[in-house]
Design a protein around this ligand. Structure first.
Ligand code: BGC
Ligand code: ZN
Length: 367
């Protein structure tokens, strides 16, 4: 069957590869689920993988099949599968367990090992294929009523985890009632984080460079959050107007902004970093000022990567509530479909060159 792959270590190596058709027998304990792929999203990680900045091939292969944001339909299930049936729409988690305690209890997103296994990213083939098989453990049901949001399940799981981590970490406060949140960046993670925080009842300010009137600002406003163009209102000015934030999510992909965010967090607050910054940027920071303010203000910084099945499930609930509250808004993130495996070059071109694209994805098959 067809697969879209790269040669890790070789820039711009995206190509069409051939993989054997998977079958339920690949999961010997009877928990296998055979999924026919309908859509696969791409993001900055895929761009970095194709630029050879990131990612490794599975053992025994010199190529890596890309694609970690998948949406498909179940064709067949093993005899021990209980929660999923043929015809169900599904997505799949990205990480697969290593050897640590956290890996063994379903929290592979928190592995304590240096090596991590991620489908489509590191040491495991991805989902940009015609079919894939995986154990029920890694397959997440997508409600039929959310099928139009297809490839957003994986990015949503990362946003849901980041915010859940913030709330869990803040149990250190015994009582924590955050009111104001800043979301830095209005790409997919920023927009989906905006939704999760709105669902939690916060006063959300989403900051990005582009002026108001662009699609991302319309989506933010559609979610009844406040869009702030940092070209018009730098974050310092926003803080002067409304005060510091109780919670900041950085999703800019820019480590300089992630560090600068440390200047704008209120006492007892939490800052979450979610960006994968593959480059080698260095920035100068006012370290004495940040150090004293963070100590005197009991502030917390948390890094958050990936997501396990429970975060997918909670993200899906947030999408469902979002559809009730703000119908038709979230699907506006799905800006750039590309039809079929043959158009993989166009897929990568849009990902790299189209500045207005919020989500580029491959439409493998309509049904
Ligand atoms: C993916 C995550 C992954 C991370 C690091 C992101 O693009 O969405 O699932 O853990 O890259 O590889
Ligand atoms: Zn991703």
């Amino acid at each position: 069957m067809k697969a879209i792959a790269v040669k890790p270590g070789t820039p711009s190596s995206v190509h069409m590869a051939e993989l054997p058709q998977p079958s339920l027998a690949d999961v010997p304990d009877g928990t296998g689920v055979l999924v026919r792929v309908l859509k696969v999203g791409v993001d900055a990680t895929d761009r970095e993988i194709n630029e050879a900045l990131y990612g490794n091939a599975p053992e025994g292969f010199d190529f890596l099949t890309i694609g970690h944001e998948v949406f498909g339909v179940v064709e067949e299930t093993g005899e021990n599968v209980r929660t999923i049936k043929p015809g169900d729409y599904v997505t799949a988690t990205v990480r697969r367990p290593g050897g640590s305690l956290y890996d063994q209890i379903g929290t592979y997103d928190m592995t304590s090992e240096e090596t991590y296994y991620e489908r489509g990213i590191n040491l495991r083939h991805g989902f940009m294929t015609e079919y894939f098989v995986d154990s029920e453990e890694y397959i997440v049901r997508v409600p039929q009523g959310l099928q139009h949001l297809h490839v957003l399940m994986e990015p949503m799981s990362c946003a849901a985890k980041a915010i859940q981590q913030a709330y869990e970490a803040q149990q250190r406060m015994k009582v924590w009632r955050p009111q104001r949140a800043f979301v830095l960046g209005a790409g997919q993670i920023g927009l989906l984080s905006t939704l999760v925080l709105k669902n939690r009842g916060l006063d959300v300010y989403t900051l990005a460079r582009s002026p108001r009137g662009t699609l991302n600002s319309e989506i933010v406003e559609g979610l009844e959050a406040t869009y702030v163009s940092t070209r018009e209102t730098p974050i310092e000015e926003l803080v002067a107007q409304v005060g510091k934030a109780d919670l900041i999510i950085d999703a800019t992909g820019h480590s300089g902004v992630a560090f600068d965010a440390m200047n704008h967090l209120g006492h007892n607050g939490v800052l979450v970093w979610t960006s994968i910054t593959g480059g080698e940027r260095t920035v100068e920071v006012p370290s004495d000022k940040i150090n004293i303010e963070w100590v005197l203000g009991n502030k917390l910084l948390v890094g958050s990567v990936n997501a396990n099945k429970s975060h997918f499930e909670s993200g899906i609930k947030d999408l469902a509530l979002g559809e009730m509250m703000y119908p038709g808004v979230i699907e506006r993130i799905l800006t750039n479909p590309v039809d079929g495996f043959d158009n993989y070059q166009e897929l990568m071109r849009l990902l790299v060159e189209e500045p207005t694209a919020l989500k580029v994805y491959m439409n493998v098959s309509d049904e």
